[in-house]
Design a protein around this ligand. Structure first.
Ligand SMILES: Nc1ncnc2c1ncn2[C@@H]1O[C@H](COP(=O)(O)OP(=O)(O)O)[C@@H](O)[C@H]1O
Ligand SMILES: [Mg+2]
Length: 264
């Protein structure tokens, strides 16, 4: 049992690489391990954490209200209907004013005693919102894909994170295509780790089930489910066991699946 709440920011250089998806699903698997987990939507303006966690119709207040003193942080928390250990602090869909680092600090300080994990969903890039989110974390997970454009932007984020006193900065490669890596069309997660000179915390395969299911709804037999489970155990136990994204493309049936996917 953790004694101190861990505050982890989920960040990326490029948008659309899966930060919100990772925040929601990692949060769900942490809560399944019995960890009291709070997901904070710090991607003000382009927020959708409430949608993927299915709480969008349960919101009374949001993080901006809490940061500006219109309510207590606890009043803005929404418990996920499918898991009593998982809470969301949603952001606003309307364009209210943003949140300052001090405003977010007040909110997170209030929640800190009640949770084992606070995951902060960060806006892409290294503008003001990035600094607000990162300033309240003590660990960072940088999400990238295997595409060069995403890796380049991840590198810039990792440099920017160097300006903060974080206990750890680790990389997560999302939407991994084992078939294209085996065909030498894309870099492997280990190669991405080498290019970024930053430890890998996990990989999540490209999986339609991840795209189509909300958090907590992934079918247990799906590759995405198994990969998120491995990732959550890495986070809890500080390990870096890497989910095998090639298994489904090896052997006779795997080769067939690989050539069918190539011809799609
Ligand atoms: N591992 C994955 N496999 C398939 N689709 C994914 C995966 N991760 C994310 N996606 C999809 O990619 C899109 C962008 O993800 P999102 O989490 O909103 O990115 P970000 O928060 O970084 O902008 C969404 O449609 C999401 O369902
Ligand atoms: Mg997002």
């Amino acid at each position: 049992m953790d004694t101190v709440c861990r505050k982890i920011v989920i960040t990326s250089g490029k948008g659309g690489v899966g930060k919100t998806t990772i925040t929601a699903n990692l949060g769900y698997f942490l809560s399944k391990c019995g960890k009291r987990t709070c997901l904070v939507d710090a991607d003000f303006g382009l927020n959708n954490l409430d949608v993927i966690t299915g709480v969008e119709n349960l919101i009374s207040y949001d993080v901006i209200d809490a940061a500006n003193g219109r309510c207590r942080a606890k009043q803005a928390l929404v418990q996920c209907p499918f898991d009593k250990n998982l809470y969301v602090l949603p952001s606003s869909h309307s364009f209210k004013s943003g949140v300052s680092p001090d405003g977010l600090k007040t909110v997170i300080d209030e929640l800190f005693p009640y949770f084992d994990y606070i995951l902060i969903d960060c806006p892409a890039g290294i503008s003001g919102g990035f600094h607000t989110a990162v300033s309240q974390a003590d660990e960072a997970i940088v999400v990238t894909t295997s595409l060069l454009s995403a890796i380049r932007d991840a590198d810039k984020v990792i440099s920017a994170l160097g300006g903060y006193k974080l206990k750890s900065v680790r990389v997560l490669v999302n939407m991994v295509r084992g078939d294209l890596i085996l065909d030498k069309e894309l870099l492997s997660p280990e190669e991405v780790e080498g290019v970024l000179r930053t430890e890998l915390i996990g990989v999540i395969p490209s999986d339609d089930a991840v795209m189509l299911s909300g958090a907590g709804k992934l079918p247990p037999e799906s590759e995405g489910y198994k990969a998120f489970k491995t990732l959550s155990l890495n986070v809890v136990k500080n390990k870096n066991k890497i989910f095998d994204c090639y298994r489904q493309y090896s052997g006779f049936w795997g080769s067939l699946r690989r050539s069918l996917r190539k011809n799609l």
